[in-house]
Write a protein that binds this ligand. Structure first.
Ligand SMILES: NC(=O)C1=CN([C@@H]2O[C@H](COP(=O)(O)OP(=O)(O)OC[C@H]3O[C@@H](n4cnc5c(N)ncnc54)[C@H](O)[C@@H]3O)[C@@H](O)[C@H]2O)C=CC1
Ligand SMILES: Nc1nc(=O)c2c([nH]1)NC[C@@H]1CN(c3ccc(C(=O)N[C@@H](CCC(=O)O)C(=O)O)cc3)CN21
Length: 317
């Protein structure tokens, strides 16, 4: 079922959802299930599964480094299919521009349609670790809007190079990312919002935001988006701080601000167990206010152990 239909069916009640990163290769899916199991009591209508970019490994050949590409994590669509069938829940694979040709993307989407995956998050993806700036794959999309257009074409029965008579058209519900504190490469929040409007005009059905720690940023973003004519649901993304290192890391990686009160609370912690608790409490306060404001979904960036997301959801759902 489409995310937008889940939202319509909820009739104004805030839904709970979360997002997982597939673990590095060499593990078993049971570990993922063990993290998902406790969260199912909060009845998420959907679970997102991220896609990670390819990475370089360097092999030492008698002093000369041989640079090879590898993928560190198992495939997103396979994991989506497993979770979908184990829990009878919708799963949302993240589809990236980075590292994929348009043909490879089409193949991924053909799998999604075949497997009954109705929603896809269309994202550009980050730059590779070695690269300063994002570089599209040769024959790949440069921006997320290209993916939205490709998805839309598929929804109209148009593959990249062919059409299929007598088969059903895809009918993907398309999610895109939005940035309450602007995307790190955007020259201004206003121009980033214009890009977001372009993605919605190209066919995106809903938006999931980057993490933020000050709800004011989200509320202002939603107002600005509405003023610009963006009328699709804007789902807030929440990341509970879990370790002290996040204070420096999250602003660096995601270019988001952390409120001084939260910094002070984390700084005052003796160990990371206490930091995890501070992160939980902050996220509960954020979530309560967002829920009262009537957000359609509270979407949590779970990323590994889910005990903190469980504690937050217990206070809200
Ligand atoms: N829910 C999630 O998983 C989220 C993921 N992300 C990640 O953030 C990264 C960025 O992805 P997206 O937002 O999907 O990328 P995007 O392609 O929509 O935008 C990327 C940047 O390019 C700019 N831009 C867009 N179209 C442009 C054009 N035609 N000309 C010049 N500039 C243009 C935007 O303002 C932005 O700064 C990805 O790594 C994505 O994975 C971010 C937030 C949420
Ligand atoms: N630019 C960007 N890229 C993403 O992949 C991404 C976003 N933004 N925002 C939305 C979600 C949230 N994501 C994430 C990914 C990692 C952590 C995280 O906390 N990761 C590590 C630290 C990161 C690192 O070591 O580089 C952690 O400690 O758990 C949080 C949210 C993935 N998604």
């Amino acid at each position: 079922m489409k995310i937008t239909d889940h939202i319509k069916e909820a009739k104004g009640e805030t839904l709970f959802s979360f997002e997982i990163i597939p673990p590095v290769k060499g593990h078993k899916i049971q570990e993922l299930y063990d993290n998902i199991d406790p969260l199912m009591e909060f009845k998420p209508p959907f679970i997102d599964v991220t896609t990670s970019r390819e990475e370089y490994v360097y092999i030492d050949r008698n002093g000369l480094l041989d640079k090879k590409l590898t993928r560190m994590r198992p495939g997103t669509v396979g994991i989506c299919a497993s979770i979908k069938h184990k829990y009878d829940v919708d799963t949302v694979p993240h589809v990236l521009c980075g590292g994929f040709t348009k043909e490879e993307t089409e193949y991924v989407l053909v799998d999604c349609q075949y497997l009954g995956i109705d929603n896809v998050m269309a994202l550009r993806g980050d730059a590779m670790r070695e690269e300063k700036y994002f570089q599209p794959a040769e024959g790949g999309h440069e921006y997320a809007i290209g993916l939205v257009e490709q998805l839309n074409d598929l929804n109209c029965g148009n593959y990249l190079h062919d059409t299929m008579e007598g088969t059903n058209c895809a009918d993907f519900c398309i999610g895109v990312a939005g940035y309450p504190e602007k995307h790190l490469e955007a020259p201004s929040l206003q121009s980033d919002l214009k890009r977001l409007k372009e993605k919605v005009d190209a066919g995106a059905h809903y938006i999931v935001t980057q993490m933020f720690f000050d709800n004011k940023k989200y509320f202002e973003f939603v107002d600005a988006a509405k003023a610009m004519g963006i009328d699709v649901p804007i789902i807030p993304g929440i990341k509970p701080i879990a370790v002290k290192r996040h204070l420096n890391l999250l602003p660096q990686v995601f270019r988001i601000d952390i409120p001084q009160d939260l910094i002070d609370a984390v700084d005052g912690c003796e160990n990371n167990k206490a930091v995890r608790q501070v992160g939980i409490e902050w996220a509960i306060q954020q979530s309560k206010e967002l829920k009262e404001a009537g957000v359609p979904v509270l979407h949590y960036y779970s990323m590994g152990k889910s005990d903190n997301i469980h504690a937050i959801a217990s206070a809200l759902f």
